[in-house]
Design a protein around this ligand. Structure first.
Ligand SMILES: *Cc1c(COP(=O)(O)O)cnc(C)c1O
Length: 360
């Protein structure tokens, strides 16, 4: 474990935003975590400092070649005032897989969880209490060495910032309309699809914007080779219930391995439901919708947890799912997983990690 975390407190604290109008990622807390990497020294100088601007050399490699990875997890306030993290070890394991793919040096996951707990504990008054709200935690790493040569950077910055976020479903869960993307692809096998890296998002924005213009909430991504098999929906993993069987695309190298995806699979198994990870073609879903066996569709991710899909638009074909209503399994999964996260449902899986609150 690196040296203790140096803490420099903000001289002045910000006013807290209205908990009923938080939105997503618009407000940032008073402090942030920072740590440096230098080739030869390794990760060093972990510190909590006042939230604020950072200085970057104009030649910083991230600005040119995009060597950057990130994570996203949340801290929840329980009814009795405890603060819980949801499976942070999974986020750290994934961060190191992303690091490996982007040739960024690995981090000590246990140390970062310790740092996140310290930071969240310091900012505990920022964790909102309104139903459905949480404190979003964004760890990220990027290349800072000033150099225009194309190679792995010798210097990096690791940061964690915190943002109180509102209830994703302020007006109840409503299934969304999704456009099946036929032109652009998000990722290909052998590429960076299974890493949480900035470039994947940069590549997805244009399709997302075009879908929005056409009145769709998100894009459904097909595989990059044959444009035949389902990969993900927006920045979520995706599940379908077809003829009583729950199916989700198998991890094939271009799909991001979601923590929510893994949790959904475990919860479904604990209910004795069959979950199959396999290739699913859009054609198969269309056929299933025609013969009445496409029962449910939903996306999974940290932000929404479960996001039901009410309609898929595939070229000139419309696939209506469960009459545009949320499915039974999607609703039950949403209640169970959000319940475990906020402490209102017993955590029989051992997924939550309590943030110590400092004793007076
Ligand atoms: C982060 C992410 C997900 C969801 O992962 P969770 O760990 O469940 O939040 C799915 N797809 C993509 C492309 C992502 O970046």
């Amino acid at each position: 474990m690196p040296t203790p975390i140096n803490v420099q407190l903000a001289p002045q604290l910000k006013a807290k935003p209205d908990q009923t109008k938080l939105g997503f990622g618009q407000h940032f807390t008073d402090h942030m975590f920072v740590m440096d990497y230098t080739e030869g020294t390794g990760w060093h100088d972990p510190r909590i400092v006042p939230y604020g601007k950072i200085e970057l050399d104009p030649a910083a490699m991230v600005l040119h070649y995009g060597q950057a990875v990130f994570e996203g997890l949340k801290a929840f306030r329980t009814e009795d005032g405890r603060l819980l993290l949801f499976r942070p070890d999974q986020n750290m394991a994934r961060l190191n897989r992303s690091n490996d793919r982007l040739s960024i040096p690995p981090i000590d996951g246990d140390f970062i969880i310790h740092a996140i707990k310290e930071l969240v504990n310091l900012e505990k008054d920022w964790v909102p209490a309104e139903p459905g709200t949480s404190l979003y935690i964004r760890p990220y790493i990027f290349a800072t060495e000033a150099c225009l040569g194309v190679r792995a950077s010798y210097r990096y910055l690791f940061m964690v910032i915190l943002s109180p976020v509102g209830a994703y479903y302020a007006e109840g869960i409503k299934p969304v309309r999704i456009n099946v993307e036929n032109d652009y692809v998000r990722a290909v096998r052998g590429g960076t699809g299974n890493a949480k890296t900035a470039g994947n998002y940069a590549a997805s924005i244009k399709a997302q914007e075009e879908a929005k213009e056409e009145g769709y909430a998100q894009v459904l991504w097909l595989d990059g080779v044959e444009k035949k098999y389902i990969e993900e929906v927006g920045s979520m993993n995706v599940f379908f219930k077809v003829n009583g069987e729950v199916v989700t695309p198998e991890l094939n190298g271009s799909i991001l391995q979601g923590v929510t995806r893994a949790s959904v699979i475990e919860v479904l198994k604990s209910w004795d439901l069959t979950v199959t990870e396999r290739r699913i073609s859009i054609e198969e879903l269309y056929e299933a919708s025609l013969n009445g066996t496409l029962e449910e569709a939903f996306g999974t991710g940290t932000a929404a947890v479960i996001s039901p899909v009410g309609e898929l638009n595939w070229g000139d074909k419309k696939i209506l799912i469960n009459n545009g209503q949320i499915g039974e399994i999607a609703q039950k999964l949403y209640n169970t997983i959000t319940g475990i996260q906020n402490g209102s449902v017993a955590d029989t899986f051992g997924w939550t990690v309590q943030v110590e609150t400092v004793k007076a």
